[in-house]
Design a protein around this ligand. Sequence first.
Ligand code: URA
Length: 217
Amino acid sequence: MSSILHKYFSEMDIDVSWYKKCSHEKITTSNSEFDDLRKIVNKCEQCDLYKTRNKTVFGSGPLDSKIMIIGEAPGKDEDEQGEPFIGRAGKLLDAFLQSINLGREKVFITNTVKCRPPDNRNPSLDELNKCSSFLTSQINAIKPKVLILLGKVAANNILENESPMSDLRQKSFFIDKYDAPAIVFYHPAYILRSPLKKSEVWEDLKYLNNILKEHVC
Ligand code: URA
């Protein structure tokens, strides 16, 4: 279904979520095209983050993943090993996913920027903008059925808004250009710092699980 038709039905309050479910085979980019993109990212010097990085963190997971998880930026462990979400936040993310029967082998995980910002500061607007074409190419290649955005930085960047987390949680944002809904979830690093939020995380996981059941076969 075209995104215009989707919008039209949505505006009329007609639920068309059933349509996307298993509606078409995914036509994915070839592995070699994806590897070419990885090589370009590895050599990228578009912003200053290349000066302090050890390794770029392109992302990992199967090219035909139906679910794509997008975090903020690599941290220390990720920068050392070149893999996303392998530190403490990654372990907590794995636990969240496992609680709804999702293993890493089923998802593609990446970040809004592919290099670690010094001292784990938030990526600047300039860094986000310069890296955004890589993320767009990854989403277009993988064609996920659902995007999961971790934390406010990733959510504001991809949804092109400045909304606080309180306005973003437990909502589905249909992104026309990716023909897929995006769900915003607390960043696991935030939960490590704010353990009292764990009960909200459970509510969010239930919401996410329902969306995945609706859109992912
Ligand atoms: N935090 C992120 O946003 N991404 C990672 O890869 C690791 C920690």
